[in-house]
Design a protein around this ligand. Structure first.
Ligand code: SF4
Ligand code: SF4
Length: 306
């Protein structure tokens, strides 16, 4: 679906249909909150968001009598602003801030790791998802990079495996499962009893790496093809005869230099979070070192394949 416009179109159409049908059957936002994989993906990254909604609990809990912020379905996600910072469901629409007569709601900036260490529940599914996202990025980009890269020996680029029907899917699945098994085995070293704890805590540290990987995939597409957007829009609305295309064709190539910087920033945050998690939850040194190694190798691969 990454490389086929028609498949992407079908996916978006399916999501739109799902949102309309579930909205009709179960009410607004049920699709976003409980079903849509894109909603889950964004909710996943909310843990490391640098922006957070906060409310003044003194005002909300002791002084406010009216609770205008949640009246008349004021919050599309059925949240009270005082609870929004402990969930990943707030979509930052700021409806509560607009409806609050006491000006008790505000947006705050925070470091990406602060949300992680103030959360109440460390969920297995979220750790699993973070690792899966990193594995997916490698599965999406690595085979194409191997097949087209001039630096690799001819023999590697033309691996006969790529020519076998269905092999793309097999390679895709093998990379995801292989990466996942690798991370799980490392967590197992913390000893069988602590496996789940070690897997869940360390799994969260892969989130920034997953975020910058996904961001860079789309950012790279923007850098390569973003200059076509305005000329295309101009020709669709019939302005191409009146304006020169060069006027509306920006040169975005220099933005390419940001891609490795973004990758390195994400990797640094992941390594920092890992170190803090290891310290806070007394995870074994060998587990820490091996996760560091996996993260460093993943970063190196990201630098090549993006
Ligand atoms: S956000 Fe405003 S309206 Fe809502 S409970 Fe707090 S003070 Fe009341
Ligand atoms: S910002 Fe929007 S989604 Fe978040 S708590 Fe306020 S009203 Fe709800």
């Amino acid at each position: 679906m990454f490389s086929h416009a028609r498949a992407t179109g079908w996916l978006l159409l399916a999501i739109l249909a799902g949102a309309v049908v579930s909205g009709f059957l179960f009410g607004k936002r049920i699709w976003c909150q409980y079903i849509c994989p894109l909603g889950k993906l964004i909710g996943q990254y909310a843990t490391i968001s640098s922006v957070v909604l906060r409310s003044n609990s003194n005002v909300c809990l002791s002084q406010c009598q009216t609770h205008d912020c949640i009246k008349d379905a004021g919050c599309p996600m059925d949240l009270h602003p005082s609870a929004s910072k402990t969930t990943n469901e707030c979509i930052l629409c700021l409806s509560c801030a607009r409806n609050c007569p006491h000006k008790a709601v505000r947006l705050d900036a925070r470091f990406p790791w602060q949300g992680l260490f103030t959360q109440r529940n460390w969920e297995f599914s979220r750790a699993f998802f973070a690792i899966l996202l990193v594995a997916l990025i490698l599965a999406v980009k690595l085979p194409a990079w191997i097949a087209t890269n001039d630096f690799l020996p001819h023999r590697v680029r033309n691996l006969s495996l790529f020519d076998i029907p269905g092999s793309n899917l097999l390679i895709f699945a093998a990379i995801i499962i292989g990466y996942f098994v690798l991370v799980s085995v490392v967590s197992l070293l913390s000893n069988a009893k602590d496996f789940k704890k070690s897997f869940v805590y360390t799994g969260y540290a892969y989130l920034p790496l997953a975020f910058v990987g996904w961001f860079n995939i789309y950012f790279r597409e923007f850098v390569d093809h973003g200059h076509e957007i305005l000329p295309l829009a101009a020709s669709i609305v019939g302005l191409s005869e009146y304006i020169r295309m060069s006027w509306v064709t920006p040169n975005l190539a220099t933005l390419k230099g940001l891609i490795p910087i973004i990758t390195l920033v994400g990797a640094t945050i992941s390594l920092f979070m890992l170190a803090k998690i290891v310290e806070d939850f007394s995870i074994r040194r060998v587990v820490h070192r091996l996760h560091q190694l996996i993260m460093a190798c993943t970063t190196l691969l990201f630098l090549f394949i993006m």
